[in-house]
Design a protein around this ligand. Sequence first.
Ligand code: SAH
Length: 346
Amino acid sequence: MINLYDYEIKKLEELMLSIGQKKYRATQLFKWIYEKRVTDFNLMSDISKSFITELNEKFCLDIPKIYKKQVSQDGTIKLLLELKDKSKVETVLMRYNYGNVACVSSQVGCNMGCAFCASGLFKKQRNLDTSELIGQILVLDNLLKETNERVSHVVVMGTGEPFDNYENVLSFIRILNHPYGFAIGARHITVSTCGIVEKIRQYANEGLQINLAISLHAPNNEIRNKIMAINHKYPLEELMEAVKYYEKTASRRVTFEYILLSDVNDSKECAIELANLIKGTLAYVNLIPFNPVNELKYKRSSGNRVHEFMDILMKRGINCTIRKEFGTDIDAACGQLRAKNEKEAL
Ligand code: SAH
């Protein structure tokens, strides 16, 4: 069975042509499955009986199942979803005052090996298909239906490295952004990467207006090498060159994410070094309070440290914000719910 959620509109047009249908079928199907959210081909009233029979025979509209659901006091919903091969991935819905933000996973497990991240406790098993990325939004939208709401913003910041699953993530983004798809504005979509340099350059050339966030987390190679394995492959000099290329080519600025880890990367010297590192870019910094992970030795920086760090950056003309925390009562740190579930299963 072919899952229609795997196809962005261009690919669906090709698929339609390849089975002897007209190209416009793709638009028709997009409107039914995303605009109207119809999942039963028999209800697609402007489609001929014979094509409906073919759709029922060859195509499906499958989405992941909810395996576990946690709801936080602040309204955050954390789901552990079960995929068709029984793999589990996490999806989170955060309630910001400006909208419903879905944080989606892009891979089962992750190979990037960041020392502070719970997702990396389990190696990558595979990439998620486009339909599994789309499915995460559809599952959340189904939950939100009760209150007549939908996901309004998407961040690809769950488990996995999106640029290590480039094609599927890009198809996903195009479906989110398409007017007959989810019609979510490009500025409401963010992809976060640990810094795969050639993919940042490729992404710069896509002509998309999607937000790009870079997990920086250190102001120099010495510290970054210790906490982010990817830095051995793409040291800061190369990463910063790619960021500048992106800014120039896409005419967009990036966000640098910086987790403050007590006594690792949160000193005044680090703040000054960070300001100097990014001075030549248009970027701003999102300071992230570390979400403690039981298995890991890191501690979060004190509130004072965080504010001192921020002051130093601001005084040097670097815009920065402190990330609001959600769902701290429900294993909301990246990959924690899945990690807990995998451990229980051992
Ligand atoms: N692989 C991508 C996207 C997934 S991680 C990336 O590296 O950007 C999404 C963000 O969560 C990254 O900035 C990551 O560094 C951060 N993160 C991971 N573990 C965390 C933790 N325990 N506390 C706070 N942020 C964390």
